[in-house]
Design a protein around this ligand. Structure first.
Ligand code: K2U
Ligand code: ZN
Length: 174
């Protein structure tokens, strides 16, 4: 299995609308295993394919605690078909925006339809923290980042900080 580098802002791939997965085959399942390994190594509780520079509609998640057995969840071509009226605020982070966290308000519950890694259609309804993670990951497939829910001023400050850090890193001579 392969641990892929995680793309950080302001990379263009994070702003693309990802293409649907056409075929669930051995190659896709290898990518799924690589994404899960990459997510666990980060460490993270979710990862979307564009975050490893592959703009297809594929996300992996695992919100199990360290002292629990792993519970990986793989969603191919996920579509959120309903949102609860109730909303909830939660602290979010993103592996593509390292070391930045903010409280974001989202619908507390979702119903999502997707294809599983065996190619079977599935439907999942949840109003736990998983609903927040699913929305965060599905946003990635549409080029949306959690900082887009902040005020324009806050979002621009975060993006400017990362652009400056990338310029400094590219000017550093080894
Ligand atoms: O998309 C990502 O970068 C994965 C996020 C998942 C996440 C979604 C919603 C709320 C929190 C995290 C990463 O796992 S960021 C690392 C992390 C892990 C646990 C809690 C907060 C941040
Ligand atoms: Zn993210």
């Amino acid at each position: 299995m392969t641990i892929h580098p995680i793309i950080t802002i302001p990379a263009a791939v994070l702003r693309k609308t990802c293409k649907p997965v056409e075929r669930v085959d051995g190659e896709l399942n290898q990518l799924i295993d690589d994404m899960l390994e990459t997510m666990y190594a980060a460490p993270g509780i979710g990862l979307a394919a564009p975050q490893i520079n592959i703009p297809i509609r594929l996300i992996v998640m695992d919100i199990s605690r360290e002292d629990e057995d792993k519970q990986p969840l793989v969603m191919i071509n996920p579509k959120i078909v309903s949102f609860s009226e109730a909303r909830r605020r939660h602290e979010e982070g993103c592996l593509s925006i390292p070391e930045y966290y903010a409280e974001i308000e989202r619908p507390a519950g979702v119903t999502v339809q997707y294809i599983d890694r065996n190619g079977e259609p599935q439907e999942l309804t949840t109003d736990s923290f998983l609903a927040t993670v699913i929305q965060h990951e599905v946003d990635h497939l549409d080029g949306k980042l959690f900082i887009d829910y902040l005020s324009r001023l806050k979002r621009d400050i975060v993006i400017r900080k990362f652009k400056k850090a990338k310029r400094r890193a590219s000017n550093t001579t080894l």
